[in-house]
Write a protein that binds this ligand. Sequence first.
Ligand SMILES: NC(=O)c1ccc[n+]([C@@H]2O[C@H](COP(=O)([O-])OP(=O)(O)OC[C@H]3O[C@@H](n4cnc5c(N)ncnc54)[C@H](O)[C@@H]3O)[C@@H](O)[C@H]2O)c1
Length: 300
Amino acid sequence: MGMLDGKVAIVTGAGRGLGRAHALLLAQQGARVVVNDLGTGMGGDGRDATAAQEVVDEIVAAGGEAVANTDDVASWDGAGRLVGHALDAFGGLDVLVNNAGVLRDSMAFNMTEEDWDTVVRVHLKGHFAPCHHAVRHWRDRAKAGGPVSGRIINTASESGLFGQAGQANYAAAKAGIVAMTLVLAREAKKYGVTANVICPRALTRMTGSVPGAADFMSGPEWDPAQVAPMVGFLASDAAADVSGQVFVVWGTRVHLLQGWSLVATLDRGEGRWTPEELAARKDELFATRPPKVPPMGFGQ
Ligand SMILES: NC(=O)c1ccc[n+]([C@@H]2O[C@H](COP(=O)([O-])OP(=O)(O)OC[C@H]3O[C@@H](n4cnc5c(N)ncnc54)[C@H](O)[C@@H]3O)[C@@H](O)[C@H]2O)c1
């Protein structure tokens, strides 16, 4: 008996790295899986249909059920075909794991328009487009009286929470994914759908490309398979009451994060502030937190 027996799952960007680990675990837990991957290079260039098929072959060899899909998740129609593929192949959809991504790092002053557009398109639109089609399906099913236990698991990054230098495009898209997921969690609640975010850490070709990362990310705790069990839990009925949450997941740890929170308030009481008055009361506003760029990360 698996935790996901009878469920149908889509995992995007599942031909390698974290997506592959998620797809293998979901299948191990009994889900039938649509393994989506365009088979791009790390920056989004090129196409390779074998990436998705190889993971399907692995799942089938282990006794599971899976089909390969090579649609571009950032294409509105492609994302629609992806959701349709799950319905046609397995007769339903329960779990959508959005994971596909590309990386094109550079400092803001060097970033090209194409670097910006490509990264924002694949991550932000590439998360929203499958969500749109999946939520539409779940809403139709709920309205028709059918049982729905939809699960959306989106992939952001600590870069989007804390702002990693060199990643204006990637961090903006990832922060957008967090905001979008909070909206989805509110909108889809009444249809029996949850939406959560994981910010993973693992050694993949993406992190392996960051200078120095592979040096400290060596060893079994950086295996993408360390992250997949949290995706399995969030996909399951056991997580029916978990929605609108953001987790950092890596190694042996699952961190629950909390978003923006109020730090201090200045209230003039009546009338309108002048810039001079605000300058004069600056120390009051920043009494408990200095007005410096906050540190990257939240500690361990
Ligand atoms: N590895 C980490 O530590 C880490 C940290 C934070 C966030 N992430 C996020 O995790 C996700 C997976 O990253 P990874 O490290 O496994 O990278 P990866 O490069 O190994 O895998 C990404 C996969 O997405 C696929 N893909 C790219 N564009 C696509 C598209 N338009 N449609 C369908 N598939 C597409 C690629 O072909 C590739 O197989 C990404 O969203 C990434 O931003 C990873």
